[in-house]
Unconditional design. Structure first.
Length: 199
């Protein structure tokens, strides 16, 4: 929760983060995650023992927690502290990339996508937290189409893998939470790769 009782990241997302990790680790190699949060996706990525695992995190408290809990000591982990927009010059090229930043807008996601041709290796896999308008089924579908089209214009094909989430989202999950940011029964996990590689 943030200081305003708005949920930033919730435990029900753990299986989703595990599925994202599996997708972006398919090719092994060097994996990039933008946004550490509760470290769910990074913990899952570590289980695939990537050769290198780079994490970009901007919030000083989250960064401090990463250091305190030993993430800076892991042999294959490199932490880049700062907003991804400000640390692009410190990034390399990756076999898998995951993007999940709280408090940013669709425009930020679009801007990040403009950098994919530089950041993602040929054959690499990209995924992002697909919470786009997650409280409205109609607009969610519209956003899913929009983001897929925009990625297509950049040369990427996107598969949206349906994952049922209804059973892990009982009423009790949202008790005390101001913004119920997800209200749909199915989560569509994006798996993007260069259109040439997916043929
Ligand atoms: C929803 S959490 C990520 C949750 C994570 N996927 C997990 O599995 O626990 C979003 C994180 O992104 C970080 N963040 C937000 N904007 C960012 C930016 N521009 N650059 C880097 N990190 C950012 C936040 O500080 C927060 O830790």
């Amino acid at each position: 929760m943030d200081a305003d009782s708005k949920a930033v990241m919730m435990a029900w997302e753990k299986p989703l983060m595990e599925a994202h990790a599996k997708a972006v680790c398919l090719g092994g190699g060097h994996v990039l995650n933008i946004g550490f949060g509760m470290g769910l996706v990074d913990t899952a990525i570590q289980q695939y023992s990537p050769v290198k695992h780079t994490i970009v995190e901007a919030h000083p408290d989250v960064y401090e927690r990463m250091i305190r809990t030993g993430w800076g000591q892991k042999e294959n982990v490199k932490i880049v502290f700062g907003r991804w927009q400000d640390v692009l010059s410190q990034l390399e090229t990756y076999d898998g990339i995951f993007f999940d930043t709280y408090g940013e807008y669709y425009e930020d996601l679009r801007e990040f996508h403009q950098h994919l041709p530089v950041l993602l290796k040929p054959g690499g896999i990209y995924s992002f937290f697909n919470g786009l308008c997650g409280s409205n089924a109609f607009f969610h579908v519209v956003y899913c189409h929009l983001v897929s089209l925009e990625l297509e214009n950049l040369g990427y094909s996107t598969q949206l893998i349906p994952l049922p989430v209804k059973d892990c989202l009982g009423e009790q999950v949202w008790e005390g939470v101001k913004h119920r940011y997800w209200q749909l029964d199915t989560y569509y996990l994006p798996v993007c790769q260069s259109a040439e590689d997916s043929e």
